[in-house]
Design a protein around this ligand. Structure first.
Ligand code: NAD
Ligand code: WQD
Length: 344
């Protein structure tokens, strides 16, 4: 299938492009580079052995989006493009609602116009809200405590309404905590400035770029007092997109949500220690106060994805850490590091 990847220069989109090529599909990338760089494109060519067509378009622009669809004529769309920094969305909700909602509407509108009927949407475990049970199965009562999360809830609802009223087929994928990097060392997460997520922060501390990690809270009701999360390797997540794409392309589903996680809770301290093992470097940390809004424990019930998509996340926490470390060493400044010296 010709698969348009919106936000395809980003962290998850770039890894999904690789796994789509491996599965025999033809990806096409569109990105505004608001949170990424075209420097990823030659890396993708190196990894896949193929030049993936890429368009520089802000999907908020409806006319430009429509023109893209007229030219690219995709069979399916994987819609990753969004702003994703949770705390920034609290400070600047307008930008989040405009970017995330308007770009989703532009994309769906263009799909309906040109007869493209298959969409995968990047959602998040954040749609289960603050009252969710620690291990969450897919459910339809959605809420979120932040503007970022509410854009995901709203877009899920918009897509569900449209799918039920048209022949659009939608797979909603609710990710837990994607981490890791491509084992080549050529693709990975390249956060601008100080990372807000745990894994890139740990990697920068191990590399000596930052002095120490602050663990947000050591007094949670968990076995070691730190929060439990469901970390999954970004390549497993990418494979989940290929599985969902092939499932909804069959045509029997109008809209369906799947959790994508490993289903295994891992604490902050466990991840730190796994990273120390994988890197052979110490990760100094201090235990600080809790971060506002953090839930003590969140992990996926993966039953539905296993039984309906035949997908499960297979890569271990050790692989997540080893691949992150390889990426960190080869690209100390992310894609700004220039040409990477790839391993393996
Ligand atoms: P990312 O920022 O690396 O990738 C998103 C890409 O979308 C970027 O390349 C950005 O430049 C592009 N983009 C944003 N707005 C655009 C617009 N208007 N037009 C064109 N391009 C635009 O983020 P990611 O981690 O790869 O996340 C991908 C998707 O997965 C997002 O929708 C995010 O909300 C969702 N998600 C991410 C996580 C996570 O922890 N990384 C967890 C759950 C859900
Ligand atoms: C993981 C754990 C922190 C940083 C976020 C979004 C969520 C989704 C994925 C997009 C928590 C702890 C972190 C640090 C720490 N994104 N931590 N010190 O919060 O589970 O999820 O990313 O949809 O919506 O909220 O991920 O990586 O920020 O935190 O102790 O410096 O690490 O308290 O327990 P989170 P995270």
């Amino acid at each position: 299938m010709r698969v348009l990847i919106t936000g395809g220069a980003g962290y998850i989109g770039s890894h999904t492009a690789v796994q789509l090529v491996r599965a025999g599909h033809d990806p096409i990338i569109v990105d505004s580079y608001v949170n990424s760089t075209p420097a990823v494109l030659p890396r993708l060519e190196q990894v896949t052995g193929r030049r993936i067509p890429a368009y520089d378009i802000d999907l908020v622009d409806e006319a430009a989006t429509r023109a893209l669809f007229d030219e690219a004529r995709p069979d399916a769309v994987i819609h990753f493009a969004a702003l994703k920094a949770v705390s920034e969305s609290v400070d600047d909700p307008f930008s989040y609602y405009r970017n995330n909602l308007q770009s989703a509407l532009s994309v769906v509108g263009a799909m309906l116009d040109v007869g493209c009927r298959t969409m995968i949407f990047s959602s998040s475990a954040t749609v289960y809200g603050d009252g969710a049970a620690p291990s969450t199965e897919e459910q339809d009562h959605l809420s979120s405590g932040t503007p970022y999360g509410r854009t995901k809830v709203m877009i899920e609802q918009i897509l569900t309404d449209i799918a039920r009223a048209s022949d659009l087929r939608v797979a909603v994928l609710r990710y837990f905590n994607p981490v890791g990097a491509h084992p080549s060392g050529l693709l990975g997460e390249s956060p601008a400035g100080e990372p807000s997520n745990l894994m890139p922060y740990i990697a920068q501390v191990a590399a000596g770029k930052r002095e120490r990690l602050t663990v947000f809270g050591g007094d949670y009701p968990t076995p070691d007092g730190t929060c439990l999360r469901d970390y999954l390797h970004v390549l497993d997540l990418a494979d989940g997109h290929v599985a969902a794409l092939e499932k909804i392309a069959e045509g029997s589903i109008d809209v369906r949500a799947w959790n994508l996680g490993r289903g295994t809770p891992v604490s902050v301290l466990e991840l730190i220690h796994a990273f120390e093992q994988a890197s052979g470097r110490p990760v100094p940390y201090v235990v600080g106060p809790r971060r506002a809004g953090d839930l003590p424990a969140v992990w996926a019930d993966t039953t539905r994805a296993r039984s309906e998509l035949g997908w499960s996340a297979e890569r271990s926490v050790e692989e997540m850490c080893a691949d992150t470390w390889r990426w960190q060493c080869a690209n100390p400044d992310g894609y700004d590091s220039g040409i990477a010296t790839a391993h393996g």
